[in-house]
Design a protein around this ligand. Structure first.
Ligand SMILES: Cc1ncc(COP(=O)(O)O)c(C=O)c1O
Length: 425
């Protein structure tokens, strides 16, 4: 039996290592550990890639959200709308910023926030909405931005799972007052540890995030001159070097994810597994490929017995998580129903076609019969090529993932545990 892992992060490290080795070792042995030119280079390139004026590297994605809210003046007494179907970090950041999350239901088809579910959650105290580009999808940003604008809400984007995703050619993270990214190792653009960033075209927001993340130092102030009570949430130089190496690959890796998603759709056509249609205008970057399977836990167990690792993102909606229940004020049926059915299938750039075929065959056989029919959640890319100008020079010569298939391939995968699978997202 061939074991098929949920992801293979080592293959990505191996692919980029020759490109970054010299810079990485130089930084290590010159003792350039925190901030400095590797971070500045990555911040500039990442902001350009996203289509924003500024990028600020921080320690992780949760801090990016919290610092963005603090920089926008969101805090005690304010409410921030958060979709119920997201990683807890989205809602936790609101609480850490001193505000209160207002949970909203999601679309049956994409499991993302919609203008209607957002609007239903607005109260007199609502200051902002966090639009989460979950799984690598982007919702209809024209309608969401217009609906938020009409109600005077600030928009913050949680693009932790959507590096390079687009709505009508414009990248995730560039629509709201601030776009927040996680570079956790399992993300489409992942560091060698924790890292994150805030991108924005508002200089006041960029300056404030930078100061808050650096112990309240403002602009060129002296090392022990602190104008604000800040904290330490800076990006490490070594993470920035790894991220710059991977940024040169992101387009080819995202393109490979798209190919894999197309292959899943093709191989599952005509089986008991039902697929959703395309949402015109969005470029999905397939951080996760999520199917819906009634009887999900059985399906998952049967796939596991066949050596196929899967994940669940997320088994408990945020408003039902114990520390957040006090903020919930009613059932959110779509998110709650989905949490019992969603199943994330193996998806990573180095996944081989034959393994996609094996997953599809296994899924078709275990869901044979209508009661277990599954639906793949999400949109299909209909916007072909992303804006190329902002990709750093190295990207142009980046080898495609096929060339880089690593020795640590799927066949060597160990049996999955839930802890390992959660690690991806
Ligand atoms: C949607 C979403 N929001 C926020 C976060 C938090 O990011 P981090 O783990 O880097 O703090 C993550 C990552 O796990 C995420 O997937």
């Amino acid at each position: 039996m061939t074991a098929i892992p949920f992801t293979d992060l080592a293959a990505m490290s191996q692919e980029i290592w020759p490109d970054i080795e010299a810079d990485y070792l130089a930084s290590l042995f010159n003792a350039d550990f925190v901030g400095g030119s590797p971070v500045e280079t990555f911040e500039r390139d990442w902001a350009a890639y996203c289509g924003t004026q500024h990028g600020v590297g921080v320690a992780n994605g949760t801090d990016a959200l919290e610092l963005a809210m603090a920089a926008l003046g969101i805090g005690p007494g304010d409410e921030v709308i958060v979709p119920a179907n997201t990683f807890i970090g989205t809602a936790a950041a609101v609480v850490r910023a001193g505000a209160e999350p207002r949970f909203a239901d999601v679309s049956e088809e994409t499991l993302l926030l919609t203008p209607a579910t957002m609007t239903a959650a607005v109260t007199r105290r609502t200051r902002a909405v966090i639009v989460v580009h979950l799984y690598g999808q982007v919702p209809d940003m024209d309608r969401l931005m217009a609906a938020a604008d009409e109600r005077g809400l600030l928009v913050i984007e949680d693009a932790a799972q959507a590096h390079g995703a687009q709505w009508h050619g414009r990248r995730a993270g560039s629509f709201g007052a601030a776009g927040c990214f996680s570079f956790y190792p399992g993300k489409n653009l992942g560091a060698f540890g924790d890292a994150g960033a805030v991108v924005t075209s508002r200089p006041d927001v960029a300056d404030r995030v930078r100061a808050l993340a650096n112990h309240g130092r403002v602009g060129g102030s002296a090392h022990y001159e602190h104008m604000l009570v800040g904290r330490n949430s800076r990006m490490d130089a070594l993470q920035a070097i790894a991220l710059s190496g991977k940024l040169a690959r992101i387009e080819s890796w995202n393109a490979r994810r798209q190919e894999i998603a197309d292959r899943y759709r093709d191989r599952l056509r005509g089986t008991g597994v039902r697929l959703t249609g395309a949402a015109a205008g969005a470029r999905h970057v397939y951080h996760l490929l999520v199917a819906r399977a009634p009887g999900r836990d059985q399906v998952r167990e049967q796939l596991r017995e066949r050596g196929i690792q899967t994940g669940v993102h997320y088994p408990v909606p945020c408003h039902l998580q114990p520390p957040l229940r006090k903020f919930a004020d009613g059932p959110l049926p779509v998110a709650e129903r989905a949490a019992a059915e969603i199943l994330s299938l193996p998806m990573f750039p180095h996944l081989k076609d034959k393994h996609v075929d094996a997953v599809c065959a296994a899924l078709a056989s275990v869901t044979d019969g209508s009661h277990m029919a599954a639906t793949i959640v999400g949109t299909r890319a209909v916007v072909p090529a992303p804006a190329p100008a902002a990709v750093p020079a190295k990207a142009a010569s980046a080898a495609g993932p096929a060339k880089a298939a690593s020795a640590a391939g799927p066949a060597k995968a160990a049996p999955v545990t839930d802890a390992e699978v959660r690690d991806v997202a």
